[in-house]
Design a protein around this ligand. Structure first.
Ligand code: TXA
Ligand code: MG
Length: 344
């Protein structure tokens, strides 16, 4: 299959591209869609055989449910069996934006979407292009991140083409993603509500409307007998080919540790701005200032992709503080490292 890259650089192209994306989705095809977090691999959520294609294209385990993407809070009433006031409050405050809400499902989407769970994950992405596609499709779009399972998520159309080219009908090019890490997931089907995945909306923002518990999968690897509430959180993720290690500590001691490791010529380092000169390594990528978690989030997957090469066996990443959006950056780096952390 030849994957069409649908450009939206001019108004005329944008109109043609949106129309083409809608046409392909209506025909049961897969289309890469832009969002403010990462690119999604979209299918008509009400078309079971289209949704099945997502799992094949990504190599995604069938027990890992998908988020449905909708145009606004009213969709909660369409697809969720119960909508508590807090869910509506959060949707009205943060949508469109990087927040996914899990609630009991009405059971009116194909079971391929929810992987047989009795809950459903709903989100309204902050991308005018994608919102227009969903509105014109007249159905939600089911979409996981548009990467091959296990690899870093995609934050540019070119990354989607690299992972999915030849396997899907088209990619709608909405430019680079502003947030850079996947949405925050809050499970409101339990009491107290649980943070299943950190993202662009922070725990502090969510706690302004009530209590919130952190699911252990947010900060550690679960044991073989533990079942995470977000099935996707049990898989190793976001990883380049080399072995990733998260290095916790100050810059000078991190550099001392990393520079003492063997094979600097096969080593890459992800560090904060201004630290480049400290490291002896084949590749050094700066991912933002030490306290600038938004910049780190925006760049982290790009950085992991850029060190994903045959020439790199070891990747060391400096560990941000788990504050605010920094929690999401630590979580993604931690998962890429399979939670291998050294304290220096
Ligand atoms: O920002 C995002 O959320 C991106 C963009 C494309 O919207 N999507 C995304 O999807 O990250 P994905 O499939 O890569 O991650 C979705 C996560 C998985 O860990 C999955 O297990 C979890 O959400 N999930 C989906 N439905 C769920 C449910 N009903 N209950 C608990 N977790 C759920
Ligand atoms: Mg994903």
């Amino acid at each position: 299959m030849k994957t069409e890259l649908l450009s939206c650089a001019t108004q005329a192209e944008r109109e043609r591209s949106v129309a083409r994306a809608v046409e392909l989705l209506k025909a049961g095809e897969l289309v890469g869609i832009p969002t403010e977090t990462v690119y999604g691999l979209g299918a008509n959520a009400l078309d079971a055989s289209a949704v099945e294609k997502i799992f094949a294209a990504k190599g995604r385990p069938g027990d890992n449910p998908l988020i449905i993407h909708v145009t606004g809070p009213e969709a909660l009433f369409e697809y969720c069996a119960e909508v508590p006031p807090r869910a509506l409050e959060l949707a009205e405050r943060f949508w469109p934006g990087p927040l996914t809400i899990v609630l009991p499902s009405k059971g009116n989407v194909p079971r391929e979407v929810t992987a047989g769970l009795d809950t459903i994950a709903v989100r309204c992405p902050d991308s005018p292009l994608t919102l227009e596609v969903i509105a014109r499709l007249g159905a939600p779009i089911a979409a996981p991140s548009a990467n091959i399972s296990g690899r870093p998520s995609t934050t540019e159309a070119a990354h989607v083409m690299a992972d999915m080219g030849g396997k899907i009908a088209a990619v709608l090019d909405g430019g680079p993603c502003r947030v850079g890490v996947e949405s925050t997931i809050i499970d409101l089907s339990c009491d107290p509500p649980k943070l299943l995945r950190p993202g662009g909306i922070t725990p502090a923002q969510l706690m302004e409307s009530g209590p919130l518990e952190l699911d252990p999968a947010v900060y550690r690897l679960l044991g073989p007998d533990e079942r995470p509430r977000a099935p996707g959180m049990k898989y190793r993720h976001y990883a380049p080919r080399g072995e990733v290690t998260l290095v916790k500590g100050e810059a000078a001691s991190a550099a001392e540790y990393i520079n003492s490791r063997p094979a600097p010529e096969r080593t890459a380092v992800l560090c904060f701005d201004g630290e480049r000169e400290l490291y002896r390594a084949a590749v050094v990528v700066e991912i933002g200032a030490q306290e600038d978690y938004d910049a780190q989030a925006e760049r982290v997957f790009n950085a992991l992709r850029s060190v994903d090469s045959e020439d790199i066996d070891f990747v060391f990443a400096r560990c941000p503080k788990p504050d605010g959006v920094g929690l999401a950056v630590v979580n993604r780096l931690g998962k890429a490292a399979a939670h291998r952390v050294v304290e220096v």
